[in-house]
Ligand binder design. Sequence first.
Ligand SMILES: C=C(O[C@@H]1C=C(C(=O)O)C=C[C@H]1O)C(=O)O
Length: 356
Amino acid sequence: MTDKLTPLRERIDAIDAQILDLLSQRGRIAQQVGHVKAETDAPVFRPEREAQVLRGVAERNPGPLKNQDVQTIFREVMSACRALEKRVTVAYLGPAGTFSEQAVYQQFGSAVEGLPCASIDEVFRSTEAGTADFGVVPVENSSEGAINRTLDLMLATTTVISGEVSIPVHHSLMTKTGSMEGVGVVCAHSQALAQCQVWLNLHHPNVERRAVASNAEAAVMASQDATIAAIASEMAGEQYGLGVVQAHIQDDPHNRTRFVVIGTLQTNPSGRDRTSLVLAVPNTAGAVYKLLAPLATHGVSMTRFESRPARIGTWEYYFYVDVEGHRQDAPVARALEELHHNAAFFKLLGSYPVGL
Ligand SMILES: C=C(O[C@@H]1C=C(C(=O)O)C=C[C@H]1O)C(=O)O
């Protein structure tokens, strides 16, 4: 067997040497890109360019590696090359071990500076103030719907959306000991409690449920007190030394959360983009129908429509609308112009590459 393996491993060694040489060449060119950008103060992270590179490798992938796996590799290659230009700082809802942190790495690769924040508000503040280059915030969950705080802050702040990333959300019930003996309370973020309510009703109907700031915080609490159980990701459980009582307790096995990348710079077209905006109309019969007519006229597809009560002012609701395409694409540009004209309130949140 050794005789058969040795020549194969020699070939792998030779290929690795070539890969390393090519990676070094790529890194040196990224450094040159960094110098060109520095001359004009141009932004380091270009989400549209990274989306194109990742789509390109999937299209050209000859196999046998899976598209998802080659994309993960190239995500890391770009992350390392980008860090040669500048290591970008990304604020997220901490502490470490949250799904938000996973979303940061899925979008930016691991060569980033994560900045854990205590609340979604703080993620927005850090991004607006420039303490972080970008922020990553949850915007909707497939089981529970919109994350209202994010919607409200998108409206109230000057940040724009420059990317999106969606990740599967699997919750586990965990304790210090790995058993529920002596446990009187189960802690988690309110969204996670809601996403596991059927399972909890069935298996632990008499255990008190307590909402805390994040699942990771629940994991910290459980690691310090054997009478507390936490619902969190297994990654968070590992981080804080918890034992798994039951894995995958979320009511929907396909549960996913979509996050948006917020920043201060508009993103250029990538070829497959989405545009998010907020609209309001006076509360009269047929007003919403009339408001949205330009989308149909110009053949622009709406992928999301969400309403939030307006807490002040003349209008009853704000409508959060996502459409296919970039604001610079001709049909979208024409539809936006008409929407802007018809709406009593109009705010463009940004155009950005559709997530992988
Ligand atoms: C090299 C660049 O800078 C960054 C790194 C990229 C890469 O490694 O391919 C792509 C886009 C940017 O986020 C670039 O803008 O082309």
